[in-house]
Design a protein around this ligand. Sequence first.
Ligand code: GLA
Length: 386
Amino acid sequence: MITEKNLTEAEQLFTNVFKTEPAFISKAPGRINIIGEHTDYNFGLSMPCAINRWILVSFSPRNDNRMHVISHDFHEQLEIGMDEPYTPDNDWKKYVYGCIEIISALKKPEHGFNAFIQGNVPVGSGVSSSAALEVAFMNGLNELYNLQLDRLAIIKLCQRVEHEYLHVKSGLLDQYASQFSKANNFLVLDFQQMSHRYVSAALENHCWVLCNSMVARTLAGSKYTERVEETQQALKELKTYFPEVKHFRDIKEAHIPALKNPVHQKRIKHYVLENKRVEDSVLALQKNDLTRFGALLSASHISLRDLYEVSCTEIDFLMGQAVLLPYCLGSRIMGGGFGGCTINLVEKDKAKEFSTHIKSVYKKQFNRNAEINEYHAVDGASIILV
Ligand code: GLA
């Protein structure tokens, strides 16, 4: 948890380095995605929530025209003039510098700033530490320069950082969840309407357990782009056959056999049915039908494995073992895929047993240690004046 103590610590660390107090702390959480995977960039539906892990960025204005940004966790810093040409040489600097360049192009900053980044969102574990950093940083710059951008406009700028500085054509799922989540709720996102609503996440006797396969997501970038392109080509083809198909969301199951490429048929089938599973999950949750909800989660995995083909052996094993346990209602690969985590709906009082069992069978099978963590739904990003 980020507590008063953590915030005091953030202020102290900042003051120690910069010899001045921060003006405010911008806080943004990581996320889990309950269901609705690989749908966001095609205007589909998703159901994520922010989790109890955060990035904190403390800011203070400077009198000169320099920026000095320190990453506590990477033990690195970026210190340059606001107008100085600069090429970031690693990912955290790309995120930060991307935010600054994009904001500076909107309105030339009148002064520089100090910023200190710290946090407890695990990096490279599929819970979107990068989105948490972008959202915390972008919200922070908005506050610092009094730009009065709205919260939706801000996450669209964060998405531009992903596209233009990381060269991944990702959707808005991660940033949306980090910015707009509400404690004890899931966000139901409609990327066609660019709208959201909430559905209660209060599961009395169940909890969310993530199993990190510790398989590095090396293909994640290139294969992600491949999926984006495959689905775009498929839409283009369907538009030529069916005048009623103008957007992704107009595609119905009946249109799919017309696609010439069987791979495109599989990708689009996943998309159409995954959107339906999000709608069905909302209904199942409203009826408190967790058995049905769990079955939808597992069906999502099978689809991501067989139709969208973004899973891998280790993840399939973790899912397969989880659903054998009577106290695990559903399990699926989460996030971009090609490694990373599974998300599991588990009876609360069996969470420990679940973790011990999965760790042991995983180690035996792959001689690798799975990392297992429980998360819950928290509020989205905020600015804390200090
Ligand atoms: C990654 C991307 C998201 C989304 C998921 C898959 O997390 O950043 O935009 O596409 O993959 O659902």
